[in-house]
Every structure is written in structure tokens, then in C-alpha cells.
Design a protein around this ligand. Structure first.
Ligand SMILES: Cc1ncc(COP(=O)(O)O)c(C=O)c1O
Length: 383
């Protein structure tokens, strides 16, 4: 019988026919370079746990101790219900890693992007965003009600042309970009972008989700990698990837952070980060600062894999995200399935997330040489 919800089955049918249907695979045991996937041990190239911290005893112990001391939940919005010393310790640690005046933690990176963009620009303003920006940046732009225009991926000539054409018609302008592009692995040309921003009086929001803990001499991210730590900008990121926890953050000048505490709806009207997540992220930052050898190992693994794989099969990447180009969603799905049968967990990424279907491999510091060799061997056989 047809009713007002019948469109759901029709829509699902269309998604299936296009090979765009997504389902979740169950893993068991601790996260790591090897995981139990659907009852079988596989080498894991599907996680963003770049430094292998999500199962690190220091993070687990910190989370357990914080839970025992402060309970499981934060019980309310920080403004209404108060916060723990831990929350400010984490914010100070992020600010110190990023060399900014202050930082603010959100319940996720997605919420940080939504709430910060919607707070700093509005109807009278302009957002210019990279066409390959993460969904949270794009939806933040929608929520803000600013005029949002995409520029071509990492194309500074196109950004310059759009600034020239539109900037003067708006009050404030915000340029938004991933720093490491999450589904491609390439980097924003940050110094050129910042020069354009200065010339056209635009603010810059850079999403360091995949760069924090990974890029730069101390793991602070791409802003550090490009020697731009002294520039005034809005740095966003997540605690859920190299930091092995859950949550998001913004780092920047003290007045920006103070303004956001007063104006960012996704921070004001939501429950504070749990004690366990906060303590785990704090422990992760300490490890990032104490153990640079983890980052060095990660980059050695990245270099080895890139050297072993044929560059014409790969999308351009300067990060631990390495993508194998494939010509259709079906090929991507069947390649991912073949890899899984060979004991390798690597997801197919398809439209509408990306324009070109691909297998996305994310390298970890804790991958052993033998894990990488197994992957290379399997990909060479298939070639
Ligand atoms: C570039 C980018 N920004 C933001 C996010 C959202 O972060 P979170 O998972 O903490 O919500 C992600 C991924 O999840 C991402 O890849």
C-alpha cells in the first residue's frame, strides 16, 4: 500500500541501481593496523587512526581514570552545567600544539565546522570554498545563510578571479578549505591562499582534520608544515583521527574563541565533551609531543607504499591518504571486495562523495613492513 513514506523504498532502489548503496561492516576487538572484520583478521587501511593511538594504553588508561573520577557524561551544556578542569586543560594543550592564543573543543569536528562557520558569517557575507571541501564545511556554509560559491579544487587562479568578481559586494568574506583533502590526500596551497585572503580582506578557515598529529615538524598540522603558524586564521580539526578520541576543536586568537563561546550554537546548545573523550585526547597530544618517532614511522610507511605503487594508478597525494583511481563505482566495489577476500580492509569511495570512484588507503604508523608488502603484492597481481 502506498503512503507518504513510499518514496523511501523508491529512493533506496535508485541508490542500489546506481551502485551507490552503503552499508556498515562490523569490526570486533581493538582498533589497529590489524582488525577483526566480520570474523576474520584483516590488515586495516580503512581507519584514520594514523598514529595508532586509538588503542594506546595511555589513552585507554586516561579515559578509564577520567570516567571513574568524573562519570560517563558531561551532563549538560558547559555554559549551563559547568565544565571540568580537563576541558580547559585539553583546550590549552591544543592551543599550545597549534601555537595559538586559545582553543575550544566541540562534540565533533562536524559540529565545530557547522557552528563556527554559521557564527562568523551571515546573510550579508560571502563564503568561497574549495569544491572538494568536506561535507561539514559545505553544510556549515548552508547553515550560515551566506552566499556560498565553490572555486575549482586547489585552483588559486580561480579563487583570485572569484574574489575579484564577488568580494566587493559583501560585508565579510570567509575562504574555507580542507588542509589535507580527506578523500584525495593532496594539500591546499596555503601560502598562496593566505596571500589572496590578505589582498581581498578575507578570513580563512582551514580544516586540519587529517593533518593534526600528522603534518608539520611537531605534528601541529599543515599550517605548521607551510610555516604559517604566525598568521591569524581559524584552524579547525578533529580529535577523532590521529588523536584517537572523539570531538572537534577550533584554535585561534583569544577574541575568536571568546566570540565563539558566546555565539556558536553547536557549542552553546549541546552537551560538553565526555570526560573519557577529553582525557583520551589530552593523552594523545602528550604522545604526539613526546614521541615524534611515531610520525617519522608513519612517513616512512607512506614513502615505501608510494614508491612501490605505480603513480599513474594513484591520485596526487602528499599525505598518508593514498587513493587508487578506478573507472566506475562497480569496479571500486568489486576491488574493495577482492581486497577483503585477500585479507585487506580498504573502502571503495564512490559518487556522490567523490566525482571519481576510488579505493582509499590510509596508512598508519603501526603498519608493519609485511602489512604494506601484502597490499603491494595483491595490487600488483590484480594489475
Ligand atoms: C576534513 C574533515 N573535516 C571534518 C570532519 C568531521 O570530523 P568528526 O569526525 O570529528 O566529526 C572530517 C571527518 O570525519 C573530515 O574528514
Amino acid at each position: 500500500m502506498l503512503n507518504e513514506y513510499s518514496w523511501l523504498d523508491k529512493s533506496l532502489d535508485t541508490i542500489h541501481r546506481a551502485n551507490w548503496y552503503r552499508s556498515v561492516k562490523e569490526i570486533s576487538g581493538l582498533p589497529g593496523a590489524v582488525v577483526e572484520l566480520e570474523g576474520r583478521s584483516v590488515i586495516n587501511f580503512a581507519s584514520n587512526d594514523y598514529l595508532g593511538l586509538a588503542a594506546h594504553p595511555r589513552l585507554i588508561d586516561a579515559a578509564v581514570a577520567a570516567t571513574k573520577k568524573f562519570g560517563t557524561g558531561s551532563t549538560g551544556s558547559r555554559l549551563l552545567s559547568g565544565h571540568r578542569k580537563l576541558h580547559r586543560q585539553l583546550e590549552r594543550a591544543i592551543a599550545s600544539l597549534k601555537q595559538t592564543e586559545d582553543a575550544l573543543v566541540f562534540s565533533s569536528g562536524y559540529l565545530a565546522n557547522l557552528g563556527i562557520i554559521a557564527a562568523v558569517v551571515g546573510k550579508k557575507d560571502l563564503i568561497l570554498g574549495d569544491q572538494y571541501n568536506h561535507s561539514s564545511l559545505k553544510n556549515g556554509a548552508r547553515l550560515s545563510q551566506a552566499t556560498a560559491i565553490d572555486y575549482l579544487h586547489c585552483d588559486m587562479a580561480d579563487l583570485a578571479q572569484k574574489l575579484q568578481e564577488y568580494r566587493a559586494n559583501y560585508r565579510r568574506c570567509l575562504i574555507t578549505t580542507d588542509s589535507v583533502f580527506s578523500m584525495d590526500g593532496d594539500l591546499v596551497p596555503l601560502p598562496e591562499l593566505l596571500s589572496l585572503a590578505t589582498k581581498y580582506e578575507a578570513m580563512v578557515l582551514v580544516d586540519e582534520a587529517h593533518a593534526t598529529g600528522v603534518m608539520g615538524a611537531t605534528g601541529a598540522g599543515c599550517v605548521e608544515y607551510f610555516n604559517c603558524s604566525n598568521r591569524e586564521l581559524i584552524q579547525i580539526g578533529t580529535l577523532s583521527k590521529a588523536l584517537g578520541s572523539l570531538g572537534g576543536y577550533v584554535a585561534g586568537k583569544a577574541n575568536l574563541i571568546d566570540f565563539l563561546r558566546n555565539r556558536s550554537a553547536t557549542w552553546i546548545y549541546t552537551t560538553g565533551l565526555s570526560p573519557a573523550d577529553t582525557a583520551a585526547a589530552l593523552a594523545a597530544i602528550a604522545i604526539i609531543q613526546d614521541e615524534p618517532e611515531r610520525r617519522e614511522q608513519l612517513w616512512q610507511n607512506v614513502a615505501y607504499l608510494k614508491q612501490q605503487l605505480s603513480s599513474e594508478d594513484l591520485l596526487p597525494s602528499e599525505s598518508p591518504i593514498i587513493c587508487l583511481k578506478l573507472n566506475s563505482p562497480e569496479t571500486a566495489l568489486s576491488k574493495s571486495q577482492q581486497l577483503q577476500e585477500a585479507g585487506i580492509f580498504a573502502p571503495a569511495i564512490r559518487p556522490p562523495t567523490v566525482p571519481i570512484s576510488r579505493i582509499r588507503l590510509s596508512v598508519m604508523a603501526t603498519h608493519q613492513r609485511q602489512h604494506l608488502e601484502t597490499l603491494v603484492k595483491k595490487l600488483r597481481i590484480d594489475h
